[in-house]
Design a protein around this ligand. Structure first.
Ligand SMILES: [Zn+2]
Length: 339
């Protein structure tokens, strides 16, 4: 790997040749990067943007650019330069290319080539085809792979996606048959779009969605060119839900407010929560391990297929994943150095 140095300090730093590249900055960076890349629009990957937009060119996919602008309106306009999927950006002796990451709308992996050194950075990944995402592409022939390890412990193996969808549908139909309203609670960006599609396409009921979900549903629809199928739930419409076969999709924050209204109007409801952590956590209602991330098996499979010369793990169970990559796959691996 020679000339490259990769470490985590409020984001992933990649120093190669004369380049200082910062990926997914969080908070104020201690040093000025030459360029900044964003893998996707979740807050824990973009929160550095307002601190550095005047210091460095920032690149992201079109959808991620839009999501950054929604979160930080003063970055609207040309603060973030859009990089379409598959586009090659050449800057002197540096070549940057984007690949689908399968995590949420606009999520990408980066392949960074400097002379003959090839480095892949995955961001958050998912390898399954879902109602809303295509599986992550594989980055091959790498000298170094920097891969997320959110669920990088062998405990986290998720059920088959179609079985999960079927289980969720069964649960929702039971709630409806008992005269209740199924309330699907999930992260507003990513999970809620999948839950909206699940309700409208699999269960066959266009769900009501709360405001935060509506905003991200619109971003999804405009970048994917598809309709998810939903209705917006205005506060004053909540009382109309009585006696109708309805499903609600909301973020947990939206659910906090909604709960009070449902109780006020005497509407029966049952919440369900959707996260990979449902394998290990208790929720105040049903929990389904429907994740936007790769599970342990998918992460190991990706590394085995990609066969990079070296692996660095970042986020989550980075130590245990790196250990398993060394022992089980015989590939050099370490948790990323945190500075
Ligand atoms: Zn994410």
């Amino acid at each position: 790997m020679g000339e490259a140095r990769v470490y985590f300090s409020g984001g992933i730093w990649l120093k190669i040749g004369r380049w200082r590249i910062l990926i997914d900055p969080v908070g104020r960076p201690v040093e000025q990067p030459d360029i900044t890349l964003f893998t996707h629009g979740h807050i824990d990957h973009i929160s550095g943007a307002p601190y550095i937009y005047h210091l460095t060119p920032m690149f992201a996919s079109g959808a991620t650019k839009r999501l950054i602008e929604i979160r930080y309106p003063r970055l609207a306009g040309d603060s973030v330069i859009p990089l379409p999927l598959g586009f090659e950006l050449r800057l002197g002796d540096l070549l940057i290319k984007t690949y689908n990451a399968g995590h949420i709308v606009g999520s990408v992996q980066y392949l960074i080539e400097h002379r003959d050194v090839r480095i892949g950075v995955t961001g958050d990944l998912n390898m399954v085809r879902s109602l809303t995402e295509r599986p992550a592409e594989l980055l091959a022939d790498l000298d170094l792979l920097v891969i997320e390890a959110t669920y990088g412990s062998s405990f986290y193996v998720f059920p088959d996606r179609d079985d999960l969808y079927a289980g969720i549908e069964r649960w929702a139909r039971e709630v409806l048959a008992a005269g209740g309203i199924p309330v699907l609670v999930g992260y507003a960006l990513g999970k809620a779009q999948e839950l909206t599609a699940l309700s409208s396409r699999i269960i066959g009921i266009k769900p009501y969605v709360t405001r935060e979900v509506e905003r991200y549903n619109r971003v999804f629809e405009s970048y994917r060119g598809v309709r998810l199928g939903w209705r917006s739930l205005k506060n004053n419409a909540v009382k109309e839900l009585k006696g109708e076969d309805s499903i609600i999709v909301t973020s947990s924050r939206g659910f906090g407010r909604l709960k009070n209204l449902l109780r006020l109007y005497g509407i029966r409801y049952e919440p369900a929560y959707f996260s990979g952590w449902a394998l290990s956590r208790e929720y105040p209602g049903r929990g389904f391990p429907l994740s936007s991330h790769a599970d342990y098996r998918m992460l190991m499979g990706y590394i085995e297929d990609a066969r990079p010369r070296k692996v660095l793990t970042v986020y989550g169970f980075r130590r245990s994943l790196a250990g398993d990559v060394r022992r089980k796959l015989g590939i050099e691996a370490e948790p990323i150095e945190i500075v």
